[in-house]
Design a protein around this ligand. Structure first.
Ligand code: GLA
Length: 477
């Protein structure tokens, strides 16, 4: 068979990345880094656009993610630089005491000075916002109390596609959070190196995830729902998280039964999802209008505890009765609101079905990995149809990739993340991955789409310290 070259994104070797990166830190800041911290991106098997409606999501943390090398300062300044080729324009300096939520009134005397957050590029808000949110957390949770005058030099590099729908923003927030906790809080002072990873229990990680989400909602001003930050901090190797966004409780379910024969593969369409910015908030506003019609705070509460497709249908009927022939509901077009409701309810039911499939601790011997893959694949395909027709967040390249994968014989595929660009998740037989990649790559080229990048998924652990190799110069001669 002829060999077909495709573009694959490697997660790299964390220790090697950390070693190279520490050297770069010295060149950039003229001092040594105290350490390197890593936070993963994510791929969500199901549960898009429902985290902010208290639905269930099924994300996995990736081996790909964002690294932060850092050293503390005591002058309240954040100096930060990214090595991402598309974003890097040198070091930005921000006064941390001037970082504030987007809707807060301008403090007297706060000019758009050289070190104000407003003068820096927008990606730095994720970093500055995270430090701001940790300071808020520290006021209630003493282990996280930031040292007075805390500042930090930070160098960032990522093995994720930036804006590729694999949660590069949350990885940036969570890597920053870990670096700041290690260097500027009592918890970091008590536990050095990788001991801190263990000291950060799941309950504490949930608090940090809430802070990172707060950074994104309040300082960046994005209507995110907590899915990304949760899996980036609370992921476990080999597991998919069954995340109940009513209370952010998690069941960790092994993907192992499938892993020998099948593999999840993310396909970055290279259409960066920030192109669709305001549209994400629009979709969210539509779905909130649906909740208002049904008299619930979030759409999950319109369904019973054990929700089925029949329950979802009944809720939609109730909605139709209340709306009647009106063209607009709660200030939004009725047809759009009806579609968002359909997406959210069906996505919630699918999540519960998938969680049950993954939770079968004693698999039925009659149901082999192949049947499980078929079931999971079919649910992924209905998820994609719902993203396309009901949430209306898909786009031609994503549809073409899912179609090409199905034609090739892959059991399933769907758009993941917020949509309007970003990545598609495919399920593939392990021995067919190379052929599937080639088929998808050809289909994209044939349809005039950009050639995609492939990210093989290894369900991985959440944010952690990267152990640095011993420095050669310290060895006695
Ligand atoms: C973005 C948001 C998440 C979630 C997804 C869609 O990634 O940050 O909170 O809403 O979109 O599921």
């Amino acid at each position: 068979m002829q060999c077909h070259d495709v573009d694959r994104l490697s997660p790299g070797d964390p220790q090697q990345i950390a070693a190279d990166f520490r050297a770069r830190f010295g060149e950039v800041f003229g001092r040594s880094a105290d350490g390197v911290w890593f936070a993963p991106g994510r791929a969500n098997i199901n549960g898009e656009h429902i985290d902010f409606h208290s639905g269930r999501c099924l994300p996995m943390a990736l081996a790909h993610g964002t690294y932060a090398a850092a050293a503390p300062r005591s002058d309240g300044l954040l100096r930060v630089r990214t090595l991402d080729a598309a974003l890097d324009d040198g070091v930005h300096t921000i006064r941390l005491d001037e970082v504030a939520p987007v809707d807060s009134p301008e403090p007297a005397g706060r000019a758009a000075g050289a070190h104000s957050m407003d003068a820096a590029p927008s990606w730095t808000r994720y970093v500055a916002g995270t430090i701001w949110a940790l300071a808020q957390l520290g006021e209630e949770s003493p282990g996280f109390a930031l040292d007075p005058g805390f500042g930090v030099d930070l160098l960032i590099v990522s093995t994720l596609p930036i804006g590729g729908g694999l949660s590069s923003s949350a990885a940036l927030e969570c890597a920053t959070a870990l670096a700041v906790i290690a260097l500027g809080t009592p918890l970091g002072a008590q536990h050095s190196g990788s001991e801190l990873d263990a000291a950060l229990t799941d309950a504490l990680r949930a608090e940090v995830a809430a802070a990172c989400m707060r950074a994104e909602v309040e300082v960046v001003g994005a209507g995110t729902g907590g899915l990304d930050q949760t899996v980036s901090l609370r992921g476990l190797a080999g597991d998919v998280l069954s995340l109940d966004c009513r209370d952010f409780s998690v069941d960790w379910l092994p993907v192992g039964r499938l892993l020998d024969d099948y593999v999840f593969l993310a396909v970055d369409t290279r259409q960066a999802h920030w192109l669709g910015d305001g549209q994400f908030d629009d979709r969210r506003a539509d779905s909130e209008a649906a909740a208002q019609v049904l008299g619930v705070e979030q759409l999950r509460y319109a369904l019973p505890e054990q929700a089925t497709a029949a329950d979802a249908r009944r809720v939609r009927e109730r909605f139709d009765e209340r709306v009647g022939a009106a063209a607009m509901v709660a200030g939004r077009p009725a047809d759009a609101v009806r579609r968002r409701l359909r997406h959210a309810l069906s996505e919630m039911v699918r999540s519960d079905e998938l969680a049950e499939i993954f939770a079968e601790t004693v698999p039925d011997p009659e149901v082999g990995p192949e049947d499980a893959a078929t079931l999971i694949g079919q649910l992924m395909l209905s998820g994609h149809a719902s993203m396309r027709d009901s949430a209306q967040v898909s786009f031609p390249a994503a549809d073409a990739i899912v179609d090409a994968a199905v034609r090739h014989g892959a059991p399933g595929g769907r758009l993941i993340g917020g949509g309007f660009g970003g990545s598609v998740l495919l399920l593939s037989r392990r021995d067919d991955v190379t052929a599937l990649e080639a088929a998808v790559d050809r289909a994209c080229a044939g349809a005039g789409h950009r050639r995609p990048r492939f990210v093989e998924i290894t369900p991985s652990a959440g944010a952690r310290t990267v152990p640095l190799p011993a420095v050669a110069a310290h060895r006695p001669h």
